[in-house]
Design a protein around this ligand. Sequence first.
Ligand code: A5P
Length: 222
Amino acid sequence: MNPKQIAGERAVELVEDGMVVGLGSGKTACYAVRKIAERVSQGLRITGVCTSEETRLLAEQLKIPYVDLDDVERIDLTIDGADEVDPLGNGIKGGGGALLFEKIVASNTSLNIWVIEQRKLVDQLGTFPLPVEIMPFGHKQCLAALSEMGFSPTLRMKGGEPFRTDGGHFIVDLKTGHIQDPFELDNDIKHIPGVIEHGLFLNLVNKVVVANREIAEIITYR
Ligand code: A5P
C-alpha cells in the first residue's frame, strides 16, 4: 500500500467518538480525512475543523460535519501532514501552502498528530525549502530582506501569477540549508515586516505516524 495511505489511516485509529478533530491538508492528511469519513458513515460522531479550503471542500463532499475554528473552544486532536521532521519532533510544513491555517489549528489543539512517509524523517531540518507566508503589499521589499539574510527566496507561482494562500497572501520558499537553530530562525524571520507566518512548526507535534510500504510506527515526542 502507499505509505501516505498507511500513515493517514493509522492515525485515524486515535480518533474517538465526540471529539473535535482538526482536518489537515495535503495528500497524506487527505487519506486520513477519507478514513474519518468512512468511520462517520459507520456512526462515529465527530466535529471537524478544516485547515484549508481544499480540505473543507473534501469534508463537504464526504459529508463530515465541520465548523469554523471560531465556533469551538479547543480542538481535541488534529491529523496533518509534514514535509520534514527532526529527531526532536520539530518540523517544516507548508509544501502545499496551507501553513498559516495549519499552524493556527495546531496551536489550538490538545493532541497534534503528523502523518508522514519514513523518508521525511531527517537528522536536521532545512533540505526542504522553508515556506514563508508574506503580505502581497511590499512583497518585493520582504523578498529583499530575506535575500539579505542569505536565503535565496523564491516567490511561489501558479499559472503565471503569484500563488495565493487561503488567507490571500503570497508564499516565498527559502533555501536555508541545514538549520542549526530553528528557534533562532523562527525569531529572525518573524521580525521582518510583511512576514505573516513561516513553516517551522516547533514544539507543536505530540505524535508522528511514520509509514513505509508495509507498516506504520508511532513516535511520541511530548
Ligand atoms: C500543506 O500546506 C502542508 O503542510 C502539508 O501538510 C505537507 O506539505 C505534507 O503534504 P503531503 O502529505 O502532500 O506530502
